[in-house]
Design a protein around this ligand. Structure first.
Ligand code: PLP
Length: 412
């Protein structure tokens, strides 16, 4: 064997240059390092339900176990029939009647489908409108596909609602799609029908595709109503709805999500062919996870009890909201949905210039891991996100430590 004398360094592709995903970034690596050294870190950073004692409904687990012997082979790339049928019927029962089973794709979680769809849709230089703050996979996946993520403002002062005028002002001839995350991660906003209609109107006027991430659709509090964007968009606007089992059914690890394409699908044949091609190339989603879908969608919705008055998710959210707002210089909107709070740190009291470093300091000094706001493409270093999944005792401890850390900063 002849070996070249030239030393080589193995480098990632230039495509990754602008791809970021801080939710699992360097601060998590540092937390893991600290844990390996024997420190106990309070992790309030990721919406992973199982480690916080939120068990999946028994019927779902049982169906998955029972199906294991039959789930050894690849399935149809779009997914097993019973899962896609269940998704179709679910949407039909929510007013989305015109959904062809061939336009439903099952994926390894919503994450895979988001990346797959953006690869199929986006040409170099295309612009995709994404909320700020966002769930950062959306921005990362747009960058990976060669597109440009253009962030539109959501207004904290009005319940983190998207600002339609701001969206309009950012539309250019290169704008291809409008991303909506509802209920929203990280803000917890649940958009009203009026807001959603305004978004549909913008998409209709500018021939934009709606990409709607509704993974938290069943996690809504205090009577907030989640409306499916696809039901409002009807036949007028091509709408790609993403949802799945990770959150409401507490099976993040099963990696089971879906994509449903509705609206003027006859004009989207080429795009759907592209999605099908990429879907074929990854063979299929994890088949046992697909078997969980019918059991989940068809049966008793145990999440309802967790979000209702007295339910654990609601109690924890209320507790964290109260405690955070008691810290000097911290203000926080109440979340109408999802699993997070996104508090603001008064910039006059806490003149933070690098919020990742701020979060790292919190981790090192107080052993609490949260996610910094700029990691959600929020443009200012004045917010952070915490998950409301831990028990009240753990939240009390963690928020107490955050308060101490902020007090220390004020005293410095
Ligand atoms: N979309 C949003 C808004 C999320 O918050 C998450 C996970 O936290 C995902 C998508 C990914 O979900 P999945 O587990 O289905 O890949």
């Amino acid at each position: 064997m002849t070996i070249s004398a030239q030393p080589v360094s193995y480098r990632q592709s230039a495509k990754l240059q602008h791809v970021r995903y801080d939710v699992r970034g360097p601060n998590l690596v540092e937390a893991q390092r600290m844990e390996a050294e024997g420190h106990k870190v309070l992790r309030l950073n990721i919406g992973n339900t199982a480690p916080f004692g939120f068990e999946a409904p028994e019927a779902i687990v049982q169906d998955m176990v029972t199906s294991l012997p039959d789930a050894q082979g690849y399935s149809d790339s779009r997914g097993i029939h019973s899962a896609r049928k269940a998704v179709q019927q679910y949407y039909q029962s929510h007013g989305i009647l015109d959904l062809d089973i061939d336009h439903i794709f099952i994926g390894n979680g919503v994450s895979e489908l988001i990346t797959l769809v953006l690869q199929a849709l986006v040409d170099d230089g295309d612009e995709i409108l994404i909320p700020a703050p966002d769930y950062p996979l959306w921005t990362g996946a747009v960058s990976l596909s060669g597109g440009r993520a253009v962030h539109y403002a959501c207004d904290e002062g009005s319940g983190w609602n998207p600002d339609p005028e701001d969206i309009r002002s950012r539309i250019t001839p290169r704008t291809k799609a409008l991303v909506v995350i509802n209920p929203n991660n990280p803000t917890g906003a649940v958009y009203s029908e009026e807001t959603l209609r305004a978004l549909v109107q913008i998409a209709a006027e500018h021939r934009l595709i709606l990409l709607t991430d509704e993974i938290y659709e069943k996690i809504v509090f205090d009577g907030a109503q989640h409306r499916h964007l696809a039901a409002l968009a009807g036949d007028d606007v091509l709408t790609l709805t993403f949802s799945g089992l990770s959150k409401a059914y507490r099976v993040c690890g099963y990696r089971s999500g879906w994509l449903a394409i509705t609206g003027p699908v006859q004009r989207a044949e080429n795009l759907i062919e592209g999605i099908t091609l990429l879907s074929n190339m990854r063979m299929c989603a994890n088949v046992p996870g697909q078997y969980a879908i019918q059991a989940a969608l068809g049966g008793y919705q145990s999440i309802d009890a967790l979000v209702a008055e007295g339910g654990r998710l609601r109690e924890q959210r209320d507790f964290a909201y109260r405690q955070l707002n008691e810290i000097p210089g911290v203000s926080c909107n109440q979340a109408a949905g999802a699993l997070y709070l996104f508090p603001r740190l008064d910039p006059e009291m806490y003149p933070i210039t690098d919020d990742a470093a701020w979060a790292l300091g919190l981790l090192r000094e107080k052993k609490v891991l949260v996610s910094h706001g700029t990691g959600f493409n929020w443009p200012h270093a004045d917010h952070f996100r915490l998950v409301t999944l831990p028990s009240v005792d753990v939240l009390d401890d963690a928020i107490g430590r955050i308060a101490e850390y902020l007090e220390d900063l004020r005293a410095r």
